[in-house]
Structures are given as C-alpha cells and as structure tokens.
Design a protein around this ligand. Sequence first.
Ligand code: ADP
Ligand SMILES: O=c1ccn([C@@H]2O[C@H](COP(=O)(O)O)[C@@H](O)[C@H]2O)c(=O)[nH]1
Length: 209
Amino acid sequence: MAKKPFLIGITGGSGSGKTTVSKALITRLADNNPILLQQDVYYKDQSDKPMEERMKTNYDHPDSIETDRFVADLEKLIQKQAIDTPVYDYAEHTRSSKTTHVEPGDVIIVDGVLLFNDARVRDLMDLKVYVDTDDDIRFIRRLQRDTHERGRTVEGVIEQYTATVKPMHNQFVEPTKRYADIIVPEGGGNYVAIDMLMNQAIAMVKKEE
Ligand SMILES: Nc1ncnc2c1ncn2[C@@H]1O[C@H](COP(=O)(O)OP(=O)(O)O)[C@@H](O)[C@H]1O
Ligand SMILES: O=c1ccn([C@@H]2O[C@H](COP(=O)(O)O)[C@@H](O)[C@H]2O)c(=O)[nH]1
C-alpha cells in the first residue's frame, strides 16, 4: 500500500507570511516529493455576478470558500490520487476557466486564511501551524501586495480591510490559533521555525517508509 502523505496546514491572518513559509518549505523539502495546495483557489466561482457585486463579497467569511470540494480534494490527495483544482483570479474576483492538475505528494502543504475553521479540514492535518504577525505589519504587506499584484487601489484596500478583513480576522482567524500545534512569529523571515518544520516533515516521511 502507498505510504500516507504527511499533511502540514499553515494558517494565519492575511499578509502574515503563510505563502512565504509554505514556499520556503516546498523548496527545503524538494527531495521529499512535496506539493502545495492553497485554500484560496477554492473561493467560490462568481462568474455569473457583475464585477460591482463581486467587489462587495466578504472574502474573509468561511461561506466564501467551497469547503466541500476542498475537503474532497484533500481526501483524494491523502489517498494518493491526483486532483484538478480551480484557478482563482484575485483581480477578477472569480475563478478562471482553467484548472490545475496536481499529482499526489509525500508531503502536502496546505495554506489558507480560513484553514482551521472547519473541523473536517483540521482533522485531516498532521501538523497545524499558525503564522502570527502583528496587525499593522500584515496591513502594510497587504497594501503593498494588493496594489502591486492584485490590481487594487490604495483606497480599495483600506476600505476592504476596515469593512471585512479586520473584523472577520478577529472573528474567524485569530480564534483558530488555539488549534495550532506550533505558532510561528513573523512568518517568512523566521528561518529557525521553517527549518524545524522541515525537519519534522522529513522525520515523519521517513517514519512512514
Ligand atoms: N518576513 C517578511 N518580510 C518582509 N516581507 C514579507 C515577509 N514575509 C512575507 N512578506 C511579503 O508580504 C506579502 C504577504 O506575504 P504572504 O506570504 O503572501 O502572506 P500571506 O500568504 O499570509 O497572505 C508578500 O508580498 C511577501 O513577499
Ligand atoms: O476575490 C478575492 C478573494 C480573496 N481576497 C482576499 O484574499 C485574502 C486571502 O489571501 P491572503 O494571501 O491570505 O492574504 C483574504 O483576506 C481576502 O480578503 C480578495 O480580496 N478578493
């Protein structure tokens, strides 16, 4: 029987450094057949709605994610089956018509802002990590990223952050810190924590062999 993959879940507020940590781990674990799955690609399709309406969606509420499909895909990867994930376009606030084919791996790294919200998802994780970065640093990072990479204006970022991102963070993201096995301060720059996570993943993969 194929060995069970080791699944690491990485959550934390928007701009905390989840993706940076996840990608650093993928690089370090290159010899251990790692794959990255981002919860963000499971944001619900909104192609039937006009842009004006899509801009008003609350993307920081758990209802904005197609969690049933996300859970089903995670279960397939754990059973060593390939999946085809949606592709999400942040500038258009909807899915593109493409999909991404993902082959199963021995280490599965999953990142997402609302990752520990659903018990079904939490129960699939072997190691749960919360990246903990100050709110003001996260906001500055988000402002820079969203204006450079996600087609937003400064005013739009401030408005969205105040209306939904911050209140939903306090209601749905920060409280999930209590489910974490490990809390990583500052995210991407914390090489000690990233190396510890890498060593744990390698040890677990070797144990399964
Ligand atoms: N330690 C760090 N120092 C400076 N910038 C960082 C650091 N970690 C992440 N960033 C930057 O902040 C932005 C958000 O980081 P990212 O990893 O995408 O966060 P998240 O996935 O939690 O939203 C990115 O532009 C990234 O390059
Ligand atoms: O159409 C969308 C979908 C999501 N968002 C925002 O993205 C972040 C999650 O991504 P991070 O990489 O963790 O920052 C979430 O806070 C949503 O507000 C969006 O703006 N538009």
